[in-house]
Design a protein around this ligand. Structure first.
Ligand code: ZN
Length: 265
């Protein structure tokens, strides 16, 4: 195994049941319930541990009708990661379900795209529909962290550490970044919300929450170019992820999946 290969974990901390009609930009003529899982991700090798996104807190999640299963920090404990030991957190984008627990990582630097910071503090936020997926306290916290020299800005595709790169993919939000991670089975891309579900990618049907549909569609193509096969792409909210990938141990079935191992199906 090359020394840069990482173990890659998806950790579920919340869920909800929506409807197919509400999940896709043009709806779905055969409306039916559709589940959504909420994840944070972590990668680890002998050199370093990096957390990707921090999830929502109980209050924010429940105020939006989402189920809060466990604090993402407690979830990380299940795989042996202490939040206070984490030095680097990649924030894929600032939506409430990805950036709601920044303060729970007291020693981390947060990696974010320039464009996301400009987007969440600028003119776009005068539009209610665009700001509705952001929590103002998260944005204010990010500004505080910036003044505290704990934010690292990236302009487009960039390397975070050996074997870990971020890839700017607009569409869902202006400054979303997906993360490519070296693993024993090749590079795995954590799409985050560049693709919420496998079927967004397979059918090229955009998710209903978006900033620019054209760029979201271009993003699907960019994601495909980053990986050797579709089985190396991991969507951001699909309950299928926990079904397709093995759990690290039987007790963590339905909570944690190992994405650096080959999918079961
Ligand atoms: Zn999301």
């Amino acid at each position: 195994m090359p020394s840069t290969a990482y173990e890659i974990f998806a950790l579920k901390y919340g869920e909800r049941v929506g409807s197919r009609g509400g999940m896709f930009v043009y709806g779905d003529p055969h409306d039916a319930p559709m589940a959504m899982d909420y994840f944070v991700w972590a990668i680890r090798n002998s050199e370093r541990t990096i957390v990707i996104d921090v999830g929502y807190g109980r209050e924010e999640g429940e105020s939006r009708g989402r189920t809060f299963l466990r604090s993402p920090v407690e979830g990380l404990n299940l795989i042996g990661i202490e939040a206070s030991d984490v030095m680097d957190v990649i924030i894929t984008h600032m939506h409430y379900d990805h950036a709601g627990n920044l303060a729970l990582f007291p020693n981390a630097r947060f990696h974010i795209q320039d464009e996301e910071m400009a987007y969440v503090t600028g003119r776009a936020m005068t539009h209610k529909v665009l700001r509705s997926s952001y929590a103002i306290d998260d944005v204010v916290e990010l500004v505080r962290l910036t003044h505290g020299e704990r934010v690292v800005f990236h302009a487009g595709d960039d390397e975070i550490a050996p074997g870990v790169t971020v890839h700017h993919i607009s569409g869902h939000t202006r400054g979303l970044q997906s993360v490519r991670v070296a693993s024993a089975r090749g590079p795995v891309v954590l799409a985050s919300d560049a693709a919420h579900y496998y079927e967004n990618l397979e059918n090229e049907t955009p998710f209903a929450v978006l900033e620019n549909m054209y760029l979201m569609l271009e993003g699907f193509r960019k994601l495909r170019k980053l990986v050797p096969s579709a089985a190396h792409l991991v969507p951001g909210h699909d309950p299928e992820v926990l079904k397709r990938y093995p759990a690290p141990s039987p007790e963590l079935e339905g909570i944690v999946a190992r994405l650096d191992l080959a999918p079961k199906s």
